[in-house]
Design a protein around this ligand. Structure first.
Ligand code: FES
Length: 250
């Protein structure tokens, strides 16, 4: 069992209106088998024992599935490990006596609620604006009842892996949400069930994305690098293509 000592600089902010600041917490003899969120649990146990306010941070599944967790760790969304959510990051990837700076996602579209928690309801609004799929799905049909090209099925499933964590926005210098929207548009438009509403869906989702204050893509590829599900920027190209097609058809 390896033990390390860490210095944490954690962003503390009472609410959306107050000014935030970094607070420093020292952790000694901390087990490297611990996950990053378990380390924050230890910080919070210490703070609670001292009668202080614990650090607010989002989490749910702690299995890299739900998309609830997320923070910028030493300048990188979800930390230094590729294709890894914050909850799946472990302390063995940090060095003894290292200083770790932990901040919330920073974007106009994701206002800070408290400490490391940001309001990601802008993503919910984008999804809601995409509307429903009118194709009646009913009970599970035979796997081969609707023929879908293998390549399209795989691309759609890859896009559907997006967990909506917001790391793409946090990593982008323009705070663009185009990787997220590209993934959501792609996973439906590649399948026959997504065709009937495809034009209205892309137009509405892009309109809502712009209204929520997210920036545009300028091909930095930071989103793809930060994405814990390795969503490809090809989905942004598909989003642009579908958007232009829908505008012409309008
Ligand atoms: S807590 Fe669910 S993905 Fe991290």
């Amino acid at each position: 069992m390896n033990k390390i000592t860490l210095t944490l600089k954690v962003w503390r902010q009472k609410n959306a209106k107050s000014h935030g600041r970094f607070e420093v917490y020292k952790l000694t003899d901390i087990d490297t088998a611990m996950s990053f969120l378990e380390m924050l649990d230890v910080v919070n146990e210490n703070l609670t024992r001292e009668g202080k306010e614990p650090v607010a941070f989002d989490h749910d599944c702690r299995e890299g599935i739900c998309g609830m967790c997320g923070a910028v760790v030493n300048g990188q969304a979800h930390g230094p490990l590729r294709a890894t959510t914050l909850c799946q990051l472990h302390l063995r990837h940090f060095k003894n006596n290292q200083t770790i700076v932990i901040e919330p996602w920073r974007s106009k579209g994701f206002p800070v609620v408290k400490d490391l928690v940001v309001d990601r309801s802008a993503f919910d609004k984008i999804i809601a604006s995409g509307g429903y799929v009118s194709v009646r799905t009913g009970s599970a049909p035979d796997a081969h009842a609707v023929l879908i090209k293998k390549d399209d099925a795989e691309k759609a499933m890859d896009a559907a892996a997006c967990i909506g964590c917001g790391a793409c926005v946090a990593a982008c210098p323009n705070a663009s949400a185009m990787l997220f929207v590209g993934a959501k548009v792609s996973h439906l438009v590649l399948l026959p069930q997504g065709q009937p509403e495809s034009e209205a869906r892309v137009l509405n989702m892009v309109k809502t994305m712009d209204a929520q204050g997210f920036g545009n893509c300028s091909n930095e590829y930071e989103c793809e690098a930060a994405c814990p599900k390795e969503i490809s920027v090809k989905n942004i190209a598909r989003l642009n293509h579908e958007f232009r097609k829908a505008q012409i058809a309008k």
